[in-house]
Every structure is written in C-alpha cells, then in structure tokens.
Design a binder for this molecule. Structure first.
Ligand code: ZN
Length: 196
C-alpha cells in the first residue's frame, strides 16, 4: 500500500518540479535578456555622457586623485619626459635618506585636462587674464609636454627647493615651490625662478 501510493506521488512531484524548472528557466532567460539589454544601454549611456563631459577617463588625461608615489604606474608619471622622470627617481632616493618622502601631485597632463584647469581658474579669478597668471594655457604648459612635475607634501616641496638642483630639478616659478622642471645646473645651482 505504502509502496503503490508513493510511486505516483513521486512521479507527480518530479513532473511538477520539471514543469517548474522549464517555466522558471524560460522566465529567468527572459529576465536575463531583458536586464542585460537594459544594463548595456544604461552603461553605454553613462559612458557616452562621461566622454561628452571630459573627453575620456580622467586618469588617462593625467588627473590624479590626491598624491601618488613617484613609482606609480599612471599616465601622469609614465607621460613624463624620461630624463625628468629619472631625475625625479634619483631625487626621491636622495630625499628618503633625509627622511623625506617625495610624492607627486601632478605630472603629465593632456591638453584637455590643462584646458579644464584654466577654465576653472577663469571661474575662480573672474577673468582669463588673471587666470593665466596662475594657470598656463595648454599651448604654454610644461605639464602638457611632460616637462614639469609638481611634488608634495610641503616638506617634500621644501626639500626639493633646497636639494633638487643636485639632480637638475629646478623650481621655475617663484610662487610655485612645488613645480619642478629639468634645467642645466653646471655650477650646482638652478637659474633664478621666474616671478609672475
Ligand atoms: Zn606645476
């Protein structure tokens, strides 16, 4: 008795489960396709929006989120002139022996990124003329050609102002103790920085 009652019951359960699996599978497949489609178009939309706003990935344009170590593998550093980069690495070792860690706040920048910095400065200072006293145009910026690096924090910038010349790293603007470019330093001293 128990045996005969059990068999049909088990079959019914199996058939029911199979039917559920088929229906469920079809539903899941439908949902997955639908969601996939939506997710893809949302993602593409976001990507298009980001590209419209900034041109491309900010990091690819040399933007840094805070400071990075000198050996960071980012376009802001890999885009630097190789001689400038080598000098920076040598200075980093030298500074470390004095207990100072040199970090980078900005290096190579794309023209578009430099233009955004200038645009922001125009908003801040109220005129393009005033803004250009503080932020170079993409045509003039040594960052865009990979020939300038900004270091930080303050103790690192100060160390560089005192010892950078030994590596050819010179402060080129009087009001920017953080900004260094490679210069000839035959007598071990940098040429005087330009005042703005
Ligand atoms: Zn700079």
């Amino acid at each position: 008795m128990i045996e005969t009652r059990r068999r049909p019951g088990r079959t019914a359960v199996l058939v029911g489960a199979l039917a559920l699996l088929l229906v469920g599978g079809a539903l899941l497949a439908g949902i997955a396709t639908g969601e996939g489609g939506v997710a893809t178009s949302v993602r593409e939309g976001l990507t298009r929006t980001a590209q419209t706003v900034s041109g491309s990935d900010p990091e690819e344009e040399g933007e840094l989120d805070g400071t990075v170590p000198v050996d960071a593998d980012v376009p802001a550093l890999t885009g630097l002139d190789p001689d400038l980069y080598d000098a920076l690495r040598a200075a980093e070792v030298d500074a470390a022996s004095d207990g100072v860690e040199i970090r980078v706040t900005s290096g190579w920048r794309s023209r578009a990124y430099q233009q955004r910095l200038l645009d922001r400065a125009v908003e801040k200072y109220g005129s393009r003329e005033e803004a250009e006293r503080w932020v170079a145009t993409p045509e003039d910026s040594a960052h865009v050609t990979g020939d300038a690096v900004d270091v930080g924090p303050t103790d690192a910038a100060y160390w560089m102002s005192q010892h950078g010349a030994a590596h050819g790293l010179c402060q080129t603007f009087a009001h920017e103790i953080w900004h260094y470019e490679l210069r000839e330093t035959p007598d071990g001293a940098c040429p005087p920085p330009a005042s703005s």
